[in-house]
Design a protein around this ligand. Structure first.
Ligand SMILES: CC(C)(COP(=O)(O)OP(=O)(O)OC[C@H]1O[C@@H](n2cnc3c(N)ncnc32)[C@H](O)[C@@H]1OP(=O)(O)O)[C@@H](O)C(=O)NCCC(=O)NCCS
Length: 225
């Protein structure tokens, strides 16, 4: 029996597995979600609002395929890492989301300078891909899977005529490191969790690290500039 890993764009049939992987990983291992003690069902409710706009062509999965052998050469696949994209211009419906309000406000605040970036580069929001979130199954952490997922994402963006740029709010030091150091994204803003205030309160008091806003302009790589 041999296992192989493939990196590919998502299919509609993958969506339940992606949802399960992301909600589990965020509740257990993503710093701000864990800090707020979000429930899996509460996080899934937020995820579903974003996932209503999920772009299959730029949502990437790492699938581990187990070859079971036998005459019919059966294969069993398991999604072990993923990255979810939506258009930045997506008309999100976040009504009734309460558990994660501090996170949503934090993401809004870190994104404030991005308007100027688009203005300076004359890029309309409709041509920006929102590199929304990613997750790797805990037992596969640190094996380089997410780096390869972002490599596959880069290839899809380069192939597509829809996107000039991608933007991301990185809440994990690992995704911040991968995008900045391995894929050359520009860091535009950073807010330490400790310092963030919402309605006079510090919802992330005592939490190390912070959220970084990063972007990448792909036009030169596509020969458009
Ligand atoms: C973040 C996450 C997706 C990373 O997935 P992964 O497959 O383990 O990541 P990789 O193995 O590809 O990346 C490892 C790289 O990150 C580096 N890294 C690990 N921890 C780091 C840290 N705290 N700070 C900076 N870099 C770090 C490693 O050194 C390695 O880089 P190297 O190859 O140059 O040594 C995974 O930890 C996860 O699912 N976390 C929970 C959900 C989450 O936080 N998602 C991201 C929200 S934006």
């Amino acid at each position: 029996m041999t296992n192989i890993l493939i990196f590919r764009t998502a299919r509609a049939a993958d969506l339940p597995a992606i949802r399960e992987l992301v909600t589990t990983e965020f509740c257990h291992n993503e710093a701000p979600t864990k800090h707020l003690r979000n429930t899996k069902s509460g996080f899934a409710k937020l995820y579903d609002r974003f996932a209503a706009h999920l772009e299959l062509e730029t949502t990437i999965v790492a699938e581990e395929i187990q070859r079971l052998g036998g005459v019919d050469k059966q294969q069993k696949g398991k999604i072990v890492s993923c990255h979810v994209s939506i258009p930045l211009a997506a008309n999100l419906d976040l009504d009734g989301i309460t558990e994660q309000l501090p996170i949503l406000r934090l993401l809004e605040e870190v994104s404030v300078p991005f308007g100027e970036v688009l203005k300076k580069r004359s890029i309309p929001e409709s041509r920006v891909l929102h590199s929304l979130l990613g997750a790797t199954r805990q037992e596969y952490h640190g094996k380089g899977l997410y780096q390869q997922v972002i490599g596959a994402l880069t290839q899809e963006i380069l192939k597509s005529s829809r996107w000039d740029m991608a933007v991301s709010e990185c809440t994990s030091p690992t995704t911040r490191y991968i995008k900045k150091r391995k894929f050359g994204w520009t860091e535009e803003n950073f807010i330490a969790y400790e310092n963030f205030e919402q309605d006079g309160r510090k919802p992330f008091a005592g939490l190390d690290g912070g959220v970084a806003l990063l972007w990448k302009d792909y036009r030169d790589m596509k020969g458009k500039v």
